[in-house]
Design a protein around this ligand. Structure first.
Ligand SMILES: NC(=O)c1ccc[n+]([C@@H]2O[C@H](COP(=O)([O-])OP(=O)(O)OC[C@H]3O[C@@H](n4cnc5c(N)ncnc54)[C@H](O)[C@@H]3O)[C@@H](O)[C@H]2O)c1
Length: 262
């Protein structure tokens, strides 16, 4: 089930967190992985871990806001592994600021990484993915990491929420544009996940509560009784990228321990 044998994946923000774990999981499932990130040292560590475990991966320096960097990532995937079957648009930026305190610079940064990065990745990887899809049994798959903050409004990070809502609908448009060309596209909506970004989201500057107290508070706010692990999201991404998800496109896959079910 959910095997990715013979498939080639490009993962943005693949150095650490959700992207790093998904890179390792995809490699375990037989994919060859291009780990793209602005963090070179962490990216190299992720690639080494995959190779040490017997998998195949390469690092590319990828700033998702730069078209030339995406073109290079595709060129490396084609040169090293023969093409691209899976694109995971995972790189993301986050801030906790109310609307009245958010500057235009904050806004531009979030839009550049979370929206322009997803647009550029899709536009630049799609031609190669469409080409490969024509000779693949099922086709190619794009997975976009949105958030539960892309489903409902956010008190703490309104502009982040705005960008993730954009990713949610861009996913559906992408699915419609590419459906007949054998490229599926779905969004994944994580709840609070234990990564550097998740830890940032748990902080409440000025609060007298300790970090341990905050973690417990957040864990208890999840019906399932804990916050998420990167592996929880990686499992969903592996499934949506695999041929087992052949009839799934344009959908929203919520992985949040029941938070939005309330
Ligand atoms: N952690 C959570 O609680 C949570 C919840 C919902 C959604 N998400 C989303 O999941 C995705 C992964 O987040 P994470 O929690 O693993 O965060 P993280 O901060 O641990 O990892 C994000 C990765 O993206 C990379 N990145 C940032 N800007 C980049 C750029 N311009 N070009 C290339 N790479 C860049 C970072 O270097 C890092 O490796 C993000 O899209 C985030 O918005 C996270």
């Amino acid at each position: 089930m959910n095997r990715l044998d013979g498939k080639v994946a490009i993962i943005s923000g693949g150095a650490r967190g959700i992207g790093g774990e998904t890179a390792r999981r995809m490699a375990e499932h037989g994919a060859k992985v291009i780990v793209g990130d602005v963090l070179e040292a962490e990216g190299a560590e992720t690639v080494k871990a995959i190779r040490d475990a017997g998998g195949d991966a390469s690092f590319v320096l990828l700033d998702v806001t730069k078209a030339a960097a995406w073109e290079n990532a595709v060129a490396v995937a084609v040169k090293n592994y023969g093409g691209v079957d899976i694109l995971l648009n995972n790189a993301g930026a986050y801030i906790t600021k109310p609307i009245l305190e958010t500057t235009q610079e904050d806004f531009a940064k979030l839009v550049a990484v979370n929206l322009e990065g997803v647009f550029l990745g899709t536009k630049i990887c799609a031609p190669e993915m469409i080409r490969r899809a024509q000779s693949a049994p099922v086709g190619s798959a794009i997975v976009n990491i949105s958030s539960v903050a892309g489903m409902v409004g956010s008190r703490n990070s309104p502009v982040y929420s705005m960008t993730k809502g954009g990713v949610r609908l861009f996913t559906k448009s992408t699915a419609l544009e590419f459906a007949k060309r054998r490229v599926r596209c779905n969004s994944v909506h994580p709840g609070l996940i234990d990564t550097p970004m998740g830890n940032l989201a748990m902080q409440r500057p000025g609060s007298s509560r300790s970090n341990t107290d905050m973690r417990e508070l957040f864990a208890n706010s999840h019906p399932i009784g804990r916050i998420g692990a990167p592996r929880d999201i990686a499992s969903a991404v592996v499934f949506l990228s695999s041929d087992d998800a052949a009839f799934i496109t344009g959908t929203e896959f919520i992985v949040d321990g029941g938070v939005t079910a309330q």
